[in-house]
Design a protein around this ligand. Structure first.
Ligand code: PXP
Length: 253
């Protein structure tokens, strides 16, 4: 079975910094600490409205990841502006996400089926620039098939609805969504796609997600940054890593 990598999303370090228009806390320092604590890569979302991560943060994070030989996973909307930035920075990975200005966080996955005509050329250009292209989608059979058709190398399955249902104690709903994630991961892997997952994952929801055998990477941010307030970022990441490893060992047993 694949080793499960942990990508730590440091967007919300920037959210805290920007709440005061200050220069601290620095996402770069969080990224250094995350890598030292066992993160396999750094994930950052440069939003169109720059509400958290800035262009300068992306420059610094790109440089850090390059120096450390670790992947930077650049989350981006499929816009000309973001495409231009990604093509100049050539991050290890580009994860295409839907984005609406008024949303609090990325709601739902990218509609690859409906957006096929403008997403497919973006995938091709990013691939030609050397980035590994991932599409952030719901575990929906048509979205998965279309992602493979247009040449994405990776799909990241949206775990937000599962995590919300599990946290709300809606056990049946959570189990049904988890089943869709399992089936989707198997379908994607059978199509030759690398399968990642992320959004809303915390210490309680990581185990069921991490037991899906086709997954190779989880991207986790908001919960870890929140938990860092209480335990420090390194401890939070190490605990998440341990829970992921324990879940994997359980499947292998
Ligand atoms: N993966 C993707 C594609 C995302 O857009 C996000 C949120 O930016 C995450 C993972 C991380 O989600 P969370 O911050 O809820 O852990």
């Amino acid at each position: 079975m694949h080793r499960l990598r942990l990508g730590v999303n440091i967007d919300h370090v920037a959210t805290i910094r920007n709440a005061r228009g200050a220069t601290y806390p620095e996402p770069l320092r969080a990224a250094e600490l995350a890598l030292a604590a066992g993160a396999d890569g750094i994930t950052a979302h440069l939003r169109e409205d720059r509400r958290h991560i800035s262009d300068h943060d992306i420059d610094e994070l790109s440089e850090l990841c390059r120096r450390r030989g670790k992947p930077l996973n650049f989350e981006m909307a499929v816009t000309d502006e973001m495409l231009g930035i990604a093509l100049r920075r050539r991050p290890h990975a580009a994860c295409l996400v839907p984005e609406r200005r008024e949303e609090v966080t990325t709601e739902g996955g990218l509609n690859v089926v409906a957006g096929h005509n403008h997403i497919a050329p973006a995938v091709q250009r990013l691939r030609a620039a050397g980035s590994r292209v991932s599409l952030f989608i719901e575990a929906d059979p048509a979205q998965i098939a279309c992602s493979a058709d247009i040449g994405a190398q990776v799909v990241e399955l949206h775990t937000g609805a599962y995590c919300d249902a599990a946290r709300a104690g809606e056990t049946d709903r959570a189990e049904a969504i988890l089943d869709r994630l399992r089936v989707g991961a198997a379908q994607a892997a059978a199509l030759g796609l690398e399968v990642h997952a992320g959004h809303g994952i915390d210490f309680a929801t990581v185990r069921p997600v991490a037991t899906i055998p086709e997954l190779t990477e989880l991207n986790i941010g908001h919960f870890l940054i929140g938990e860092a307030i209480f335990t420090g970022l390194a401890v939070a990441i190490q605990r998440m890593r341990a829970l992921m490893d324990a879940a994997r060992a359980e499947v292998a047993a």
